[in-house]
Design a protein around this ligand. Structure first.
Ligand code: SAM
Length: 247
């Protein structure tokens, strides 16, 4: 089978900024050359992993990978898959994999959109989109990763009751995300947002570690918001949705 991961379903807008900032240190260069090929996710592996009982969690845009490594270390029964085009971030995660001897992490060094269509329906148990690039100008909103296409793919690949976490310190991005979910739900009521009091979105749960970007945002006086959505199962959606889905 072709090992290259690529998908044309999403439009060809670039969604991310720089692919690299500082030059890699010698250790990072070695990890990119030697360790990355052994942990790079392939279509075959996605296929195989989705037929195993082991849960799969997916992080889109893992930045420096500290959040992903944190979960991988505490959840050895889970396969953590992360996608990130930023080379310095990938190199940081590889360092964590080597130092912490993590053997349950797979990486796509590239655009997460190229990965999504390879996951079978209902194969992901948790998905993280943490502090996505804000693209503040209106003409760039189409580049925001939280989009109708992403939510459509998320609804397909998340298993019933799976969790999708989105965090941002940009109020407009939070509004945008809630609106995108609402628009998606008008067509197909796939996502539930179970927040019942303010603390549900102002406080991160104990198993929601801070990311590098988030720490910087807090230091600069911005306030993160944490959104946790559930992939509704047909039962939770009610009888109308159930009969629509089965028809
Ligand atoms: C603002 S940073 C946040 C990084 C990290 N989640 C954190 O909170 O520290 C957004 C990240 O998303 C990545 N990104 C943007 N578009 C992406 C895409 N289509 N696929 C995967 N990663 C993407 C960027 O390269 C960048 O590292």
């Amino acid at each position: 089978m072709d090992e290259n991961i690529s998908d044309q379903a999403f439009p060809d807008y670039r969604l991310f900024g720089r692919r690299q900032d500082r030059p890699l240190k010698p250790r990072q260069q070695r990890l990119m050359a030697e360790l990355l090929p052994t942990v790079a996710i392939t279509k075959d592996e996605i296929n195989q992993a989705s037929h195993e009982a082991r849960p799969i969690w997916l992080e889109i845009g893992f930045g420096g990978g500290e959040h992903l490594a944190w979960h991988a270390a505490r959840n050895p029964h889970v396969l953590l898959i992360g996608a990130e085009p930023f080379i310095n971030g990938v190199a940081k995660l590889l360092t964590a994999i080597e130092e912490q001897k993590l053997n349950n992490v797979r990486i796509l060094h590239g655009d997460a959109r190229d990965l999504l269509s390879y996951f079978p329906a209902g194969s992901i148990e948790r998905m993280f989109v943490l502090h996505p690039d804000p693209w503040p100008k209106k003409k760039h909103h189409k580049r925001r990763i939280v989009s109708p296409l992403l939510l459509g793919e998320a609804a397909r690949i998340l298993s019933p009751e799976a969790e999708m976490r989105v965090a941002s310190d940009i109020p407009d991005y939070i509004r945008w995300t809630l609106m995108q979910v609402q628009i998606h739900n008008r067509r197909s009521q796939d996502f539930g947002w179970s927040a019942s009091c303010k603390a549900d979105w102002t406080d991160a749960s104990d198993d929601w570690p801070q990311t590098r970007y988030e720490a910087k945002a807090i230091k600069e006086g911005r306030v993160p918001t944490y959104l946790s959505f559930r992939r509704l199962s047909p039962k939770a959606k009610g009888p109308d949705a159930r009969s629509k889905e089965s028809s």
